[in-house]
Write a new protein. Structure first.
Length: 438
């Protein structure tokens, strides 16, 4: 009987998972990084395939920027006074030649489009990406130092419907993968002008009470007051502060109203406390969260950034996008027991005794050349043991190669679903297996 191997189930090595064993290991992956083991890869492939298919179907095209960028790119875009830039980047070298492993992908996408002059070719660029990002954070469940982001950026439009489109796209993506336990939180933090006014309101409100805030917030009051809103330690105080959404201009309010209208049929809540920890956001901001994740509950985050392209030397155009952590998605898959069946190979070829091992090798390779998938034994194992492996791999057919049958130019072919076994000419095996189908 074939038991499909669910790749949603994590590979476990019993004793090898123990603290004792881990402490004795001479080499370990750096903390905050993960190996994706073979049983798990089919699930990753499913995510990658779904991104490429679904995102393309909404008109987004893939862009693959480098993992290394000039550090100054992130200072200029993510923001000088943000946690990411102040303390979380892996940076090499100094001064204007300093390079950093990208902590996020948005700045690279904007840089690439501006650098290559692509806005001269068309106004609207709808881009998606999938790949690693790096942040020197304190590792914990769902928080890694190397993690994988998938995301989209729609650059060149201020239409509120495209804010709704990117949100709808990620909701569609989660639904396709069977993820149902998530919430969408939405906010509007205003345009450049609203933000200037709100900055002053915040300063006025916080300054007399700054003694009650943590040291870190104190340094941020003058340098970047918005980032005080991100401080987890001062949350009780920041919750009492005036809200950005209450200080939006008429045009930002209209924009947000149309975003909401365009989200008809999607369930979301307006959460005025969503601020996002990066500097470039304007107007719409949003997060997808899941209670299955624990403290690091953001499955995805994004929003509009209408000044960034212009600030980076490009045209003055609006943009919006999001990024999602794939490792966090994997945690949700585990919690919901979402897995992918391993691929069943077409055949496993077994040798009845050692005299025919060369023939088994030859036959297996002929079948592979005929586009069939399958394997054979390379460990000199007994016939019984070879059958056990055949079962484990889930092969659809077992080819039994014995000296007697070979003498007649034949092998035995056993269909593992039906159980019947037949002696047939070697030359007919490929055709038989192909005709039996998947
Ligand atoms: P972010 O909120 O910093 O936004 O990251 C987006 C997502 O990446 C998070 O919601 C989370 O799922 C994942 N993530 C972030 N840090 C880690 C980590 N240390 N370990 C595991 N997963 C993590 C951005 O990066 C923006 N570039 C999103 C965006 C695109 N905004 C507009 N366009």
């Amino acid at each position: 009987m074939y038991f499909p191997r669910k790749s949603g189930v994590k590979e476990s090595f019993g004793r090898r998972d123990s603290l004792w064993y881990r402490l004795r290991m001479p080499f370990r992956a750096p903390s905050g990084t993960e190996d994706i083991l073979p049983d798990r890869v089919p699930l990753w492939l499913r995510v990658e395939e779904t991104v490429r298919r679904l995102f393309s179907s909404y008109g987004y095209r893939e862009l693959r920027p480098p993992l290394l960028e000039y550090t100054s790119l992130f200072h200029k875009s993510t923001g000088e006074v943000t946690d990411i830039v102040e303390k979380e980047m892996y940076t090499f070298g100094e001064g204007k030649d300093a390079l950093s492993l990208r902590p996020e992908v948005t700045p690279s996408i904007v840089r690439a489009l501006v650098q290559k002059g692509l806005f001269g070719r068309q106004n609207l660029w709808k881009i998606f990406y999938l790949g690693p990002s790096f942040r020197r954070e304190r590792p914990q469940k769902g928080r890694l130092r190397q993690f994988t982001q998938l995301g989209v950026e729609a650059l060149g439009s201020s239409d509120p419907r495209i804010d709704a489109e990117v949100i709808r796209l990620y909701a569609h993506f989660l639904d396709e993968l069977g993820v149902t336990r998530y919430e969408i939180r939405l906010n509007s933090i205003g345009c450049h002008d609203c933000r200037a006014g709100y900055r002053e309101i915040l300063r006025k409100e916080i300054t007399p009470k700054i003694g009650e805030y943590c040291d870190h917030c104190r340094t941020r009051l003058d340098r970047n007051v918005f980032r005080i809103l991100d401080c987890k330690g001062c949350r009780e105080k920041t919750r009492e502060l005036p809200l950005a959404i209450d200080h939006n201009c008429a045009s930002c309010r209209d924009h947000f109203a149309l975003v909401e209208k365009s989200l008809e049929g999607i369930s979301y809540t307006v959460d005025p406390h969503i601020v996002r920890g990066l500097d470039y956001y304007t107007r719409t901001v949003f997060e997808f969260t899941s209670d299955l994740l624990g403290a690091q509950d953001a499955l995805a985050g994004g929003g509009r950034y209408d000044s960034l392209v212009g600030n980076m030397g490009g045209p003055d155009v609006g943009a919006v996008g999001f990024a999602a952590g794939v490792e966090r998605l994997m945690l949700v898959f585990d919690a919901l027991e979402i897995g992918v069946e391993g691929e069943r190979p077409d055949f496993y070829a077994v040798a009845v005794d050692d005299s025919v091992r060369g023939d088994v090798f030859r036959i297996a390779n002929q079948l592979r050349s005929a586009d069939l998938s399958g394997d054979l034994d390379f460990e000199g194992r007994s016939l019984r043991a070879q059958f056990r492996t055949a079962n484990k791999t889930g092969a659809r057919h077992v080819i039994v190669v014995g000296p007697d049958e070979l003498g007649r130019g034949n092998v035995k072919l056993k269909n593992m679903s039906g159980g019947e076994e037949e002696e047939i000419p070697v030359g007919e095996v490929a055709d038989r297996i192909t005709r039996a189908g998947k």
